[in-house]
Write a protein that binds this ligand. Structure first.
Ligand code: GDD
Ligand code: MG
Length: 359
């Protein structure tokens, strides 16, 4: 049996979140609201409920935002420490950079943008039972090209690590959660950029170390692209993906108690509505993430979209599969479809015109 109290957690949260721009212009990806809490808070709650309490965050881009929000972690029953990279060191460099903060011999490392329902103690059990130097959580996906492809042998040992390859030999991929023996982290070169995926893992395999795969079929999603972000948030709200923060509160929608919702409004498909939003009569919002302080005028229809803080959507506008930046304003009767991204503060007048990124 694993002893999670003797495990340190490390969370990598230093990426720039480029694929989620403009949402990440001011806010680092792990701090974006999902089901009305910063994404990272759901991950921290899972770590806590697995029995791990010491957490070290490797930060870089917008580093200050994390500590301002989570502080020393005591509100969550955790002890959180922060290590800032002045220049981003890459995933491997970030792991090496937190080495001095580690206390336990077993270190569980998380990519900070993965939504999963995996039983973390089961991953730790695999690590302990196999006696591996390194254990990787692996999942199967329909298109492995955007991930690290990780074949295993008949005994479940990892045989190769192929980051983002056009011709993946298997649909089994790196789920972005690893258990390291602490000594292995010390061996990563310090003070320079290192990719754990492109440099450390291939090196460890070449040296013939034992690398175990922990494969499961629990919910898993990388939140790095707008469509994954919006569907991941909706899955949390609906309870399809598990978060201890939402226990007993899952359903069609989650609405902050300070939001004003007029009569006849339909909130469906895992929609979340943040603090201080105003939603006008007859609006219909399906599968969408509405950040704090947004105004949605009467009759607007929003589907599978992200509306960032302080944005306003005019009466009878239609928005589908879009990202609307902070404080942007979309005029009445406008139609925005097919992956449009509106930059913060942009104002689209009441034209009733149809815009589509697909067109
Ligand atoms: N501290 C720090 N410094 N963190 C970083 C850095 C860095 O230089 N670069 C990236 N990160 C963090 C990101 O914030 C994110 O939480 C995590 O590391 C992974 O980076 P992504 O940019 O999201 O990588 P990816 O999604 O393309 O690929 C990774 O995740 C996949 C699973 O979601 C790889 O690990 C793939 O192999 C994996 O399949
Ligand atoms: Mg990612």
């Amino acid at each position: 049996m694993a002893h999670p109290e003797a495990v340190d957690a490390v969370i990598l949260v230093g990426g720039r979140g480029t694929r989620l721009r403009p949402l990440t212009v001011n806010t680092p990806k792990p701090m974006l609201p999902t089901a009305n809490a910063p994404f990272l808070k759901h991950l921290l709650a899972r770590i806590k409920s697995a029995g791990i309490t010491h957490v070290v965050m490797g930060t870089s881009y917008r580093a200050e935002v994390f500590e301002e929000y989570f502080g020393d972690g005591s509100d969550m029953g955790l002890e959180i420490e922060y290590v800032v990279e002045e220049e981003a060191l890459g995933t491997g460099g970030a792991i090496r950079n937190v080495y001095d903060k580690l206390r336990a011999d077993t270190v569980m490392v998380f990519n900070g943008d993965v939504l999963a329902s995996t039983d973390l103690t089961a991953v730790l059990d695999t690590h302990e039972n196999t006696g591996a130097d390194l254990t990787m959580h692996l999942v199967r996906v329909s298109d492995p090209r955007a991930y690290g492809c990780v074949p295993t042998d008949a005994n479940g040992n990892v045989t190769e690590f192929l980051e983002k390859t056009e011709d993946p030999p298997t649909d089994q991929i790196n789920a972005g959660c690893y258990v390291f023996r602490r000594e292995l982290i010390e061996e990563i070169p310090a003070g320079r950029v290192v990719s754990v995926e492109r440099e450390t893992f291939p090196q460890v395999l070449k040296e013939g170390r034992k690398v175990a795969g922990h494969v499961d079929t629990a919910y898993w999603r990388d939140m790095g692209r707008p469509d994954d972000f919006v569907h991941g948030s909706a899955d949390l709200v609906r309870g399809v993906a598990y978060s201890p923060l939402l226990e007993g509160r899952t359903g069609e929608a989650i609405v902050d108690e300070s939001a004003g919702i007029a009569g006849g409004v339909l909130l469906l498909g895992g929609t979340s509505v943040g603090r201080g939003c105003e939603i006008g009569a007859g609006a219909r919002i399906d599968g969408s993430v509405i950040f704090d302080g947004c105004t949605i005028e009467p009759g607007a229809q929003i589907r599978d979209s992200i509306i960032a803080a302080g944005a306003s959507i005019g009466a009878n506008a239609r928005i589908a599969d879009c990202v609307i930046g902070e404080g942007a304003s979309i005029g009445a009767r406008c139609e925005l479809m097919g992956g449009m991204r509106i930059w913060p503060g942009v104002q689209i007048p009441d034209t009733g015109v149809r815009f589509s990124a697909d067109a």
